[in-house]
Design a protein around this ligand. Structure first.
Ligand code: NDP
Length: 484
């Protein structure tokens, strides 16, 4: 396959980094995707300075310009979804259809926020002082640092970059080092637009070096991060030190309750899809299946049949439903969790093994554990693996208590035919997104996304709620009769 050697994008120019990394295909470790530049500290500073210069120019360009640029990016992403989706599939390992869907969705984030540009309307207020007029407007925060993960290498940055630009900010983006090709593809689409030099900058490099410097920089006004909890904690600490606005999406341990009155086949389909889709590497994955004892055995039996039926293989092969795990270290971590689960007393019903395929890659069988307890580490820690754990519960109340017993609170689901239970769950489940008779994974692009507890920190992402993070509010008082 073709090699794609690429560079950083700083101040409106493609620039070589000081070093390079090799980027390998997780479906076929003999396939070198390309060599990718790594930014130096000086190059990061250059990007930050360029962003600072470009931001007021972009803000002054006005809403029609910003709308048109975002619409242009979104339209191109949607039109080229299959082409760019192939890059995502080759590099991240998700099946081609998922890669294509992700890029199309990324386009929708841009077209949605293109429309939001035109809706940036303020408020008028009467003053308690006669003769004084008040208005409240949203203004850009300034330079936004975006640090994104590898599991949705185009969609996650898109839902951050689109509102950042829509509301008049400049961006310095540090993508995950595992997925630089997707980052370059998205940057090429953005760079094709007529935007001020420096408005959008791509600085690839190691998180602990380039990422850390970026989030610790005093030249950044706001940080939007998606990734792991430990890195998030570090970012929050430096943001507080610098008084930088921060928004973070992190780990999860999403529960799905399956009640005794659920449509069993629907429940199994939703549970399996949410647990194993994207190789389980989704922050919305269903990792704790809390199943009523009356239907537990029947559910588990069907779940195993569903897991066995998945076709695991090369992400670019037709018919593949589950691609490889993203990297060797992630696969090693997954296998360690399989061992840990058994040591903790969980019963391995299916999977738990590496799989051999015609190409050498990081393939793992979808894995089902039963007989698990909520206090086991496999039910406390985010595994980010195609592993799901069944917990038996004797009643709805017990199931809800278990579901809420987690440091995380991103998504949560219930499968039931009872309207009153569904309503109770919706009101009493501590999570940012609750799903009734739907999988825990799968969200829309025009409404807020985020969680509670250790899952999220700061204002919500997406939909009109995104304005809270990407803007700052200014209240103006004007004496109506002020002399010239
Ligand atoms: P990280 O949190 O390490 O990486 C996320 C992003 O942060 C990447 O761009 C990374 O760069 C960058 N980064 C890493 N260290 C720093 C730092 N000190 N300062 C600033 N930026 C940094 O997650 P991983 O990719 O290593 O995944 C580890 C685990 O995190 C997964 O197994 C999963 O449990 C969880 N995770 C959760 C996600 C979610 O959506 N909930 C998404 C991704 C991961 P680089 O790639 O160069 O290291």
């Amino acid at each position: 396959m073709t090699m794609m050697n690429t560079e950083l994008y700083i101040d409106g120019r493609w620039t070589a980094g000081t070093t390079e990394i090799e980027n390998w295909n997780p479906s076929d470790v003999s396939d070198l995707i390309g060599l990718y530049s790594q930014a130096s500290a000086d190059q990061l500073d250059e990007a930050l300075a360029a962003a600072r210069r470009a931001q007021p120019i972009w803000w002054a360009a006005g809403i029609q310009k910003r709308h048109d640029v975002l619409m242009g990016i979104g339209t191109e992403l949607m039109a080229r979804a299959a082409e760019i989706g192939r890059i995502v599939a080759r590099e991240e390992g998700k099946p081609l259809a998922e890669g294509t869907g992700e890029v199309y969705r990324a386009g929708q984030f841009f077209t949605y926020f293109a429309a939001e540009v035109l809706r940036n309307q303020g408020d008028l207020a009467e003053s308690v002082r006669p003769g004084v007029e008040i208005d409240v407007r949203r203004e850009p925060v300034g330079v936004v640092a975006i640090v994104s993960p590898w599991n949705f290498p185009v969609a996650t940055p898109a839902w951050k970059i689109a509102p950042a630009l829509a509301f008049g900010n400049a961006v310095v983006w540090k993508p995950a080092n595992l997925t630089p090709a997707s980052a370059v593809a998205l940057t090429e689409v953005i760079a094709r637009q007529d935007i001020p030099a420096g408005l959008f900058n791509l600085v690839t490099g190691p998180g602990r070096d380039v990422g850390q410097r970026l989030v610790e920089s005093r030249d950044v006004d706001a940080i939007s991060f998606t990734g792991s909890v430990p890195v998030g904690r570090g970012i929050a600490a430096s943001a507080v030190t610098n008084m930088t606005k921060v928004q973070m999406e992190m780990g999860s341990k999403n529960p799905m309750i399956v009640m005794d009155d659920a449509d069993l086949d629907l429940a199994v389909g939703h549970a399996a899809g949410a647990a194993f889709g994207g190789t389980g590497q989704k922050c919305t994955a269903a990792s704790r299946l809390i199943v009523h004892s009356a239907i537990h055995d029947a559910f588990v039996e069907k779940l195993v049949v569903a897991a066995q039926a998945y076709k695991v293989g090369h992400a670019l092969d037709e018919g593949t439903q589950i691609g490889p795990v993203v990297s060797e270290s992630q696969l090693t971590q997954n296998m360690d969790y399989v061992t840990l689960a058994q040591q903790e007393g969980a019963e391995l019903l299916y999977g738990g093994t590496r799989l051999d395929r015609p190409t050498e890659g990081y393939f793992m069988a979808p894995t089902v554990f039963a007989g698990t307890r909520n206090d086991m580490r496999i039910n406390r820690e985010e595994m980010f693996a195609p592993i799901t754990c069944v917990i038996k519960a004797d009643s709805y109340d017990q199931a809800l208590t278990i579901a809420n017993d987690s440091e995380f609170g991103l998504t949560a689901g219930i499968m039931t035919r009872s309207l009153s239970r569904a309503s109770h769950f919706r009101a009493n489940m501590r999570a940012g997104c609750v799903m009734v008779n739907l999988p825990t994974a799968g969200t829309d692009y025009h409404v807020p996304f985020g969680g509670r507890g250790a899952s999220s920190f700061g204002p919500r992402e997406q939909g009109r709620y995104a304005a809270e993070f990407y803007t700052t509010v200014k209240t103006a008082y004007v004496a109506a009769g002020t002399p010239e």
